[in-house]
Ligand binder design. Structure first.
Ligand SMILES: Cc1ncc(COP(=O)(O)O)c(C=O)c1O
Length: 326
């Protein structure tokens, strides 16, 4: 069934799985492995490549004249969408929300914002005092009323089409799992498409590895609802058994002061990966995701012999906009 959905090649797959031997030793177990979805290729890589491999053909099928998407100022999804559109000859408009309270100028212009421009996307910045949903809906309606055929991609590319990318990611993991026998999969969860795809994949491929999401924006109850809603729709799309809500496992203790706001344990995790493994995390997603993994290890969530797979969902491009934090 998965093969029935149109897909275009935008990235380098399968992504490698590597053993974080220095960190595993430093933390005293479990064995931590990392799936390098930060190396998916498109626009410095990240989890959106997989989603866009399904979303962009849908835009083309719908004869889109303009792809519009939304996100925070340092959205990685925006950067990857801008690159995918350029590659496929589509125009791209990115509408950005100011979620971080008092960011320095570098946050507003460097990192992903700079790259969006380099890829040729148009950018609109929602003023801080305006309601973001109303702001971008008005723009989209305005474009449509002028006759532009708009293809709208929700924040993070998280709908049941984008989530198919992470059904495919689970397929890659399962294919290699006889070498590893993973006890858990863990990653940062935000707009929910990544975890929704992995959880739908568990049903589709009949796989029992638990998937843990580390919240980076919403509280536990909100995130569970978001993930469950998209995972259910994805199961329905794949015509497989629908998951039970109890299968959605998330932790919301690692958000810190808020979405995109630096936290002490994110800084610690990002420093640790850089200095012990030579791997770049990011301040908004994978840094908090890895901080969550360290926190759960400290709370004895895993045994010393567990083999835990951290999915590195990318995001290092925003490090340049967050240099002040480190
Ligand atoms: C680097 C990175 N990691 C993780 C996520 C979270 O993935 P999702 O939005 O599918 O929950 C995002 C989403 O924007 C991201 O950019």
């Amino acid at each position: 069934m998965l093969e029935k959905f149109e897909r275009i090649k935008l990235g380098h797959f399968p992504t490698p799985i590597e053993h974080l031997k220095n960190i595993s030793k430093y933390l005293g177990g479990p064995n931590i492995f990392i799936k390098r979805d930060d190396c998916t290729g498109l626009a410095t890589g990240g989890n959106k490549t997989r989603k866009l491999e399904f979303l962009i053909p849908d835009a083309i099928k719908n004869k889109a004249e303009l792809v519009v998407t939304v996100g925070a100022v340092q959205s990685n999804h925006a950067r990857q969408t801008a690159a995918a559109c350029t590659l496929m000859g589509l125009k791209c408009l990115i509408i950005l929300e100011q979620r971080v309270k008092d960011p320095p100028e570098i946050y507003m212009n460097s990192g992903n914002v700079f790259l969006n421009k380099l890829y040729g996307a148009d950018i609109k910045l929602c003023p801080k005092n305006e309601n973001f949903l109303e702001y971008y809906e008005k723009i989209v309606e305005g474009l449509k009323s002028k006759g532009t055929n708009v293809y709208f991609i929700p924040g993070g590319g998280s709908n049941s089409i984008g989530a198919l990318g992470y059904v495919e990611c689970l397929n890659e993991i399962i294919k290699e799992n006889n070498k590893y026998n993973f006890s858990h999969i863990i990653h940062a969860t935000g707009s929910a498409g990544t975890q929704a795809g992995l959880l739908a994949g568990r049903k589709y491929f009949n796989c029992n590895i638990p998937v843990i999401g580390i919240c980076i924006r919403y509280d536990k109850a909100t995130q569970i609802n978001k993930v469950y809603t998209e995972a259910k729709k994805t199961c329905e799309k794949l015509q497989c058994k629908v998951l039970d809500k109890s299968e959605v496992v998330v932790f919301d203790e690692y958000i810190g002061p808020g979405y995109g706001e630096p936290s002490e344990d994110m800084i610690e995790a990002t420093n640790l990966l850089a200095k012990k493994e030579g791997i770049l995390l990011d301040p908004v997603y994978s840094g908090k995701g890895f901080a969550g993994l360290i926190g759960l290890i400290k709370n004895k969530k895993f045994t010393k012999n567990d083999n835990v797979l951290f999915i590195h969902t990318g995001g290092a491009a925003s490090l340049f906009a967050y240099e002040w934090v480190f």
